[in-house]
Design a protein around this ligand. Structure first.
Ligand code: BG6
Length: 488
């Protein structure tokens, strides 16, 4: 039996709030359908689509199907009918007493745990939480909250207070889908299951660390959300900081959820806020027109729903430091942006050079050793070493040792949402964020946003199809780094 064989989960009720929304149709419903098709769900389980429109289960699935057809996601379409045996629908307009009653009726007598999944804008979270009964028992009630939780630390704290008034922390699953990616779990295994890398991941050996999430897409049809969010709130606040915390944390005492979260929290608390004045440690940008994959694309300000004078950042890169004994002084360079030449995400750990070079580098430039964790599109590890070139001369050239996880296991990579949903149903909290992590992440991002604002720093334009403003290259060079553009 492989790891991918279904290990069915016990009966449950899963209420998907915002079932008519983009995220639900694009990610959550296909993940549920694929799990249903793969045999994870027992017959008594119930999935309830809660949405504004009054729809029958068949109509709701037909809507999802046409959405996926338009998105060209044929693979997801194949699984959708597998949901029908479990599916119920509920018309809900949150914020009304009737909707609370309707929600309560819909789950009366249904199998427990009842999972309320908020695939909603966070401005609706409190309305939803107000409808949830006070039940402090994770075997009976669980709540799933999608990121971003609020738009700043203050809003997030208000939501958290409402949650804490009804539920215990052990019932709350705060999603960052990056933690559901197999590559992130491989990163944990690489660090904590192997002896050879961990002793090297220190300030003595590491010159710098780069974390990149590059996207080729633009804002698409999400301007309503993105105009208020921007790359700092949308990507840095959770995905980028969680990747950073995972690579920099100390080994936890166990893989139990709170051990992992304790260690990540220490990293988040020790992050240096990048300075915006003097020699800047942060660059914000906004895409202009250009070409991506050979196709002309408009500038951000010309996208549907975007203000003609918008100052929303679609790109951010910054230099930070994890101010701990292990990492003090090592630059951590973080970068994310839309409309880059291609979609890729990776973590590059650049090691220091040998103390006294005895060989000659080919090309005259030392590149040192690198450990590259490719998160997407491929899930692989690459160790860049220096090897002697054949012949008499004592010359070294970089070569790569590659470990491609797909070629190793030959099992299709499961979508992050599938992994996260099975964990929610099994009651495993390890891949979800704790309240204090989210709060610390917001404090970091709020500080940056306030500093940018108080120094009137607006995003600089960059050409679509490039890796962002040139100021970011200079910032990396000051840290002794050249941004990786591999994205293999
Ligand atoms: C989401 C952001 O959380 O992550 C999007 O809201 C972004 O703006 C997406 O495109 C990236 O996720 P992935 O899995 O495609 O890298």
């Amino acid at each position: 039996m492989t790891d991918n064989s279904p290990l069915p989960v016990g009966a449950f009720t899963f209420v998907l709030h915002g079932a008519g929304g983009d995220l639900a149709k694009r990610k959550i419903i296909p993940a549920l359908a694929h799990l249903a098709k793969s045999g994870y769900f027992s017959a008594e389980s119930r999935i309830i689509f809660a949405q504004r429109e009054a729809l029958s289960p068949e109509e709701a699935l037909a809507q999802v199907d046409s959405f996926l057809k338009a998105a060209g996601d044929e693979a997801a379409r194949e699984s959708i009918p597998a949901l029908l045996p479990y599916l119920h629908t509920l018309q809900v307009v949150l914020g009304t007493p009737e909707s609370c009653r309707a929600m309560a009726n819909a789950v009366t007598g249904s199998p427990e745990p009842v999972v309320h999944y908020a695939a909603l804008p966070s401005s609706r979270f409190i309305d939803l939480i107000n409808c949830i009964p006070t039940v402090r028992d994770p075997s009976r009630l669980r709540l799933v909250l999608e990121k971003p939780l609020g738009f700043n630390a203050k809003e997030s704290a208000l939501i958290e207070e409402a949650v804490a008034a009804k539920l215990d922390e052990s019932q709350v699953y705060r999603i960052d889908h990056y933690l559901g990616k197999q590559a992130v779990q491989n990163l944990l295994a690489l660090r904590l299951g192997n002896r050879i890398f961990e002793p090297l991941l220190t300030r003595e050996h590491v010159a710098h660390v780069q974390i990149t999430v590059a996207e080729d897409l633009g804002v698409e049809d999400r301007a309503g959300f993105y105009e208020h969010a921007g790359a700092l709130r949308d990507m840095v606040q959770s995905h980028m900081l969680q990747l950073l915390a995972t690579v920099a944390m100390e080994p936890p005492v166990s893989l139990e959820a709170n051990s992992l979260r304790d260690e990540k929290l220490k990293v988040l608390r020790s992050l240096k806020v990048p300075q915006v004045t003097g020699i800047p440690e942060i660059v914000v940008g906004q895409y202009g027109e250009g070409y991506v994959k050979g196709q002309p694309v408009p500038k951000y300000r010309d996208e549907k729903g975007v203000a003609a004078n918008s100052t929303t950042e679609t790109y951010v890169s910054f230099r930070t430091e994890v101010q701990t004994w292990r990492w003090a002084g090592v630059p951590f360079l973080v970068r994310t942006g839309k409309r880059m030449p291609r979609r890729f995400a990776e973590i590059v750990i650049q090691f220091r050079d040998v103390p006294k070079p005895l060989f000659e580098p080919v090309g005259g430039q030392w590149v040192g050793n690198q450990l590259v964790i490719h998160l997407q599109p491929e899930d692989k590890l690459e160790l860049k070493l220096l090897a002697k070139t054949p012949g008499e001369r004592e010359r070294l050239k970089p070569v790569s040792l590659d470990l491609d996880f797909f070629n190793t296991w030959r099992i299709p990579v499961r979508d992050a949402y599938e992994r996260l949903i099975t964990d929610i149903l099994r009651g495993r909290l390890g891949l979800f964020l704790r309240r204090d992590e989210v709060q610390t992440q917001w404090q970091f991002v709020d500080r940056i946003l306030n500093d940018l604002k108080s120094h009137s720093m607006e995003p600089v334009p960059y050409t679509s199809g490039t890796y962002g403003p040139s100021a970011a290259t200079a910032m990396a060079m000051r840290a002794g780094a050249i941004w990786s553009e591999d994205g293999l």
